[in-house]
Design a protein around this ligand. Structure first.
Ligand code: IPE
Ligand code: IPE
Ligand code: MG
Length: 242
């Protein structure tokens, strides 16, 4: 079993695209909403495991800006699950020192969810053990556009703008980039997720649908990550010699 990282092989920041709730449900003759409910239970398991392992940042893709294109009933079900999740989990998150953040356009969310999220963010703000980012109403291209807009609004001269400036205007400002990006359920695409932040992330794709992605699946992904060689442009000989 994986322990608190003695060899520095755990990702500091783990990002996940939680995919496959719908197909998981359809395969069982259940509604898509029931698939999302099962997916919410997996969120609990994975947050707990990450906290236990000592992963410092966990970012979960919960609702993309493109997901508004889904049937209205499914969108409604997803947002009521979010409220339920917050009601149940926020006291536990606070207790475990997990601070909740939202990546995405909060103002575009329904009022009840916006209010509950603001409350949850405030309530957990002191947590220093782990940051849990929920990407909600999130799209990476829109994030980059709003970053550029705020840089322009601040009147920064072109020469003063560097990569750190841009990174500092993203929703993830102040956080390290994801070391590992996991996508469940077989799809091998980014779906407008953290395009800037994942420039050098290790990618891990598994056919397992999100509701079935348990502690063992997570540990297996982390073991694969631990065996990867991250070279950042250098040669393996340079890495081995340093
Ligand atoms: C991921 O599961 C959850 C959200 C996108 C909110 P899906 O609902 O995309 O499941 P599939 O891809 O249809 O199986
Ligand atoms: C990406 O999953 C968004 C979330 C997991 C919230 P989708 O299932 O919406 O992605 P596409 O549209 O199939 O690429
Ligand atoms: Mg999907």
């Amino acid at each position: 079993m994986l322990q608190q990282d003695p060899h520095g092989t755990l990702p500091v920041h783990l990002a996940i695209i939680m995919d496959g709730n719908g197909r998981w449900a359809q395969a069982r003759g259940l509604s898509r909403s029931e698939g999302h409910r099962a997916g919410a239970a997996t969120v609990r398991t994975i947050v707990t495991r990450c906290r236990e392992l000592g992963i410092r940042y966990l970012t979960l893709y919960a609702f993309s800006s493109e997901n508004w294109n889904r049937p209205r009933a499914e969108v409604t079900a997803l947002f009521s699950l979010l409220l339920e999740f917050l009601q149940q989990e926020v006291p536990l998150l606070a207790e475990k020192g997990i601070s909740l953040k939202v990546l995405g356009d909060l103002d575009g969310l329904p009022l009840a969810q916006r209010t509950a999220l603001r409350h949850a963010i405030r309530r957990t703000a002191g947590g220093t053990a782990m940051t849990l980012n929920l990407a909600l109403n999130y799209g990476s291209r829109a994030e980059l556009v709003q970053a550029v807009r705020s840089i322009v609004r601040e009147g920064l001269p072109a020469e003063a703008i560097d990569e750190a400036t841009l990174a500092g205007h993203l929703y993830t400002a102040g956080q390290p980039d994801p070391d590992l990006l996991i996508r469940t359920s077989g799809e091998q695409r980014l779906s407008n997720y953290l395009l800037y932040q994942c420039a050098y992330s290790e990618l891990y794709f598994t056919p397992v649908p999100w509701p079935d992605f348990g502690q063992e699946e997570l540990d297996a992904a982390l073991a694969v990550y631990a065996g990867r060689s991250r070279r950042f442009g250098k040669t393996q000989e340079q890495i081995d010699g340093s």
